[in-house]
Ligand binder design. Structure first.
Ligand code: SF4
Ligand code: SF4
Length: 369
């Protein structure tokens, strides 16, 4: 007699679960985590099959088993490679939330929470206004690791007469992507409400972190917290600004690293390239994996917390592609990617935020980092 299973929140992913479980792992080659860890256990097929076994009660949930669910960068390379567009990221986010709901948390919640910055830290950025009409959200990684890039962006805006943009109170808050990724959804919603209140009233929001932009544009609306104004990425703003700018093109051989969230989640492949073409005198050097097939550098998906060795190996694989391409400089529009790549880049390879390149071409600031 077939045992009747109690209903599970994972049931709504039954079709996606079945697709992967009966698939001969056709996207295995695309998964950076499975490649870095050299195992099928953390391949998309392996992870989703595990979720199906958990749902069907064939495997018991405990910390050791749940830990596997966090060996994923939420990079969507599997979905891009899948003929069914199977949404592995959504399945794994739901599975982590299900495990957290059962009290199984292999990594403490504190590892995914970022306390608000004190406002004085934000005020150190050159332009601060409590509630600006155009609000710049740099994100914690940019504020912590590349604050000069934020100043360079604001200086560019000033030079090009966009003086309504400033960092405001919302810039002190984290949008909660890590909490969402890790399955702490009650805490994520509480954080999202705070951010939503802080950005309400702004006409435009310019977001530097691609994963933060994805969270604001695609995850917040699921909880009734959609932003009513215009949501832009830094590259959108720069493309507008460059329309009227006097540019002294930078003569360098530069590779562009696409962030997973920008290219695959937000379909921003061309806009960043249009910006770079405006400021470079030579063609952009494309890495072996680029555009929607970009290789995840391990800077997202909380891998730095849940699988630091894997995250580092992924960054090293991107750096290896830079060397294959023969460049001595690589830029990205993601503060998270810049941070991950800089951590492993050897001397002789410069890793910059793309804003620095634009600042170099317009205001001659080559040290914005
Ligand atoms: S995501 Fe698609 S290609 Fe990858 S294992 Fe699942 S069904 Fe197969
Ligand atoms: S989202 Fe990325 S890291 Fe996660 S299973 Fe898919 S390919 Fe692997």
């Amino acid at each position: 007699m077939t045992r009747r299973l109690p209903p599970s929140p994972l049931d709504r992913h039954a079709q996606a679960l079945a697709l992967c479980t009966y698939c001969p792992s056709l996207c295995r080659h695309a998964c950076p985590v499975a490649t870095a860890e050299s195992t099928d256990t953390t391949s998309p097929w392996g992870l989703v099959s595990l979720v199906e076994h958990l749902r069907k009660g064939r495997v018991e949930l405990d910390d050791e088993v749940a830990r596997h669910l966090y060996h994923c960068a939420n990079c969507r390379a599997c979905t891009e490679a899948c003929v069914h567009d199977n949404d592995v990221e959504e399945v794994l986010v739901a599975a982590r939330a299900w495990a957290v709901g059962q009290g199984v948390t292999p990594f403490p919640r504190s590892g995914f929470e970022r306390a608000p910055l004190v406002l004085d830290d934000i005020r150190r950025v050159e332009r601060f206004e409590r509630r600006p009409a155009i609000s710049l959200l740099p994100g914690r990684v940019a504020l912590d690791s590349t604050p000069r890039v934020i100043d360079a962006l604001l200086a560019l805006c000033e030079r090009l007469d966009i003086d309504a943009i400033s960092c405001g109170e919302a810039a002190a808050l984290d949008v909660g992507y890590d909490l969402w990724f890790a399955g702490f959804h009650t805490e994520f919603v509480a954080q999202a409400r705070k951010v939503h209140a802080a950005i309400s009233g702004a006409q435009e929001l310019v977001v530097m972190s691609p994963e933060a932009l994805y969270t604001l544009s695609h995850v917040y609306p699921r909880y009734g917290l959609g932003f009513e104004g215009a949501l832009l990425h830094t590259s959108d703003l720069l493309l507008q600004l460059l329309g009227s700018a006097v540019v002294k093109r930078v003569d360098a051989r530069v590779a562009y690293h696409d962030s997973c969230h920008l290219a695959r989640h937000l379909d921003h492949v061309e806009v960043p390239r249009q910006v770079l073409r405006r400021v470079l005198s030579r063609p952009i050097v494309e890495l072996a994996s680029h555009g929607k097939e970009t290789l995840c550098c391990g800077g997202t998906g909380c891998l730095g917390t849940t699988a630091p060795g894997t995250s580092r190996a992924q960054a090293e694989a991107v750096i290896a592609q830079c060397f294959e391409a023969g460049v001595d400089r690589v830029v990205s529009f993601s503060p998270e990617c810049v941070d991950a790549l800089r951590a492993v880049a050897p001397a002789g390879l410069r890793v910059d935020h793309a804003v620095s390149l634009v600042a170099e071409a317009i205001i001659g600031d080559s040290a914005a980092g």
